[in-house]
Design a protein around this ligand. Structure first.
Ligand SMILES: [Zn+2]
Length: 63
């Protein structure tokens, strides 16, 4: 599980996704819709990966 927390001081959005790729898709949607950045640069994407997302270790599996 991966978690995103927007680093913007005017935005407190956070959400999770089952893996990093899925999360980055949601992050891209978020920055496009909320922050009006439809095409984030590679350096912005790298910044987001380094600063706004983290892996949540899953210790317990359900099912
Ligand atoms: Zn945001």
């Amino acid at each position: 599980m991966y978690e995103f927390r927007c680093g913007s001081p005017v935005c407190r959005t956070s959400f999770t996704a089952p893996d990093e790729d899925a999360l980055m898709i949601e992050v891209a949607r978020h920055v496009a819709a909320r922050h009006r950045i439809p095409k984030p640069t590679k350096s912005l994407v790298q910044f987001l990966k380094d600063n706004t997302i983290r892996e949540i270790p899953s210790t317990a599996k359900t099912g």
